[in-house]
Design a protein around this ligand. Structure first.
Ligand SMILES: Nc1ncnc2c1ncn2[C@@H]1O[C@H](COP(=O)(O)OP(=O)(O)OP(=O)(O)O)[C@@H](O)[C@H]1O
Length: 309
């Protein structure tokens, strides 16, 4: 059981060996409702995990359950209630987004009229308006990603797996996609497992993050725990940054100076108020002019600098 009370995904000792490479190694992890980020470098095993969870690929050993169904034996049932946006593009160039998404809705069992209505709603939600009547072959990468997302949502799933949905997008397209993912998890009430090798972007939309490296679990925790574990205070003063650093070090604070900014690290179990007081007292005593004082959130990237939890 997860903190949300619902277990969407649970694996136990999951291992997948290909002839030349072990893609997943003894992976035990759970994910609850909401948006879960699956982070790892290229080749870490993210797509392999998704394919096993969908019942599309057999595991070498271990178990995987999705919405309390066994991925090894109930793949078809899982795919009925789980949407899948694959990493690679396999869209037909000669049909329009509307035709394609209606077709996918009918494939999932909706009658023609309902399929047309659902497809129109879903394409509108993902932000494809008039262009949805044009052939997909002329679409930009961002539009193609939206079509892939729409087909994953059209059968009204309880959970969606989004494999690298921001791949190939420019910064604006990425922001739009991340906002959509947040809406899917929030407003639409559909749980999401989203993968990315870009660590920073997932912390903007996820409730929970699972980090894997070479098929092994590196860390699994809520976004709050990630950021709390690495919280810090950034300080800038007009002059005298080094004397401030020396003073704070003298009273036991962990400080680092980078350019014009001094960072005070606050350990997870410590009271950040005490560190703020120390900065205030030191700035006063040294008679410095404070330019900036702000809490700096930790970043998921930091997990790679820490030992596994
Ligand atoms: N069908 C396959 N046959 C052999 N090796 C495979 C197969 N599928 C994946 N692999 C290997 O398993 C490892 C994990 O691949 P996977 O695609 O799951 O990683 P990933 O984290 O999704 O990375 P990427 O984002 O680059 O796809 C890689 O070394 C990959 O080459």
């Amino acid at each position: 059981m997860t903190a949300s009370g619902i277990t969407c995904i649970a694996t136990e000792g999951l291992t997948k060996r290909f002839p030349r490479v072990t893609a997943l190694e003894d992976l035990t992890v759970t994910a609850g409702a909401g948006v879960t980020g699956l982070v790892g470098a290229n080749g870490a095993g993210k797509s392999t995990l998704i394919k096993i969870l969908l019942g599309l690929l057999p595991a070498t050993s271990g178990r995987a359950r999705v919405l309390d169904m066994d991925a090894a034996t109930q793949g078809a049932e899982i795919r009925r209630v789980v949407g899948y946006m694959p990493e690679h593009d396999c869209l037909p160039p000669d049909v329009s987004a509307t035709e394609f998404v209606v077709h996918m809705a009918q494939m999932s069992g909706l009658p023609r009229t309902a399929a047309r209505e659902r497809a129109a709603d879903t394409l509108r939600h993902v932000g494809l308006d008039e262009e949805r009547y044009r052939p997909i072959g002329g679409y930009s990468t961002g539009m193609r990603q939206k079509v892939k997302l729409a087909q994953a949502l059209v059968h009204d799933p309880r959970l969606v797996f989004l494999d690298e949905p921001t791949n190939g997008l420019d910064p604006r397209g990425r922001d739009e996609m991340l906002a959509l993912i947040r809406r899917i998890g929030g407003e639409f009430g559909i749980s999401v497992l989203v993968t990315s090798h870009l660590l920073g972007e997932l912390e903007r939309v996820c409730d929970h993050v699972v980090v894997i490296d070479a098929g092994r679990l590196l860390r699994s925790s809520s976004i709050g725990e990630f950021t709390q574990a690495t919280q810090a205070i950034a300080v800038e003063v007009e002059d005298g940054l080094q004397s401030l650093a020396d003073r704070l070090t003298g009273v036991g604070e962990a400080v680092a100076v980078q350019g014009r900014t001094l960072t005070v690290q606050v350990p997870a179990e410590a009271d950040p108020g005490r560190a703020y007081d120390a900065v205030r007292d030191a700035v006063c005593d040294l008679n410095l002019n404070l330019v900036r004082l702000e809490q700096r959130r930790g970043h998921i990237e930091d997990v790679f600098k820490e030992p596994a939890a």
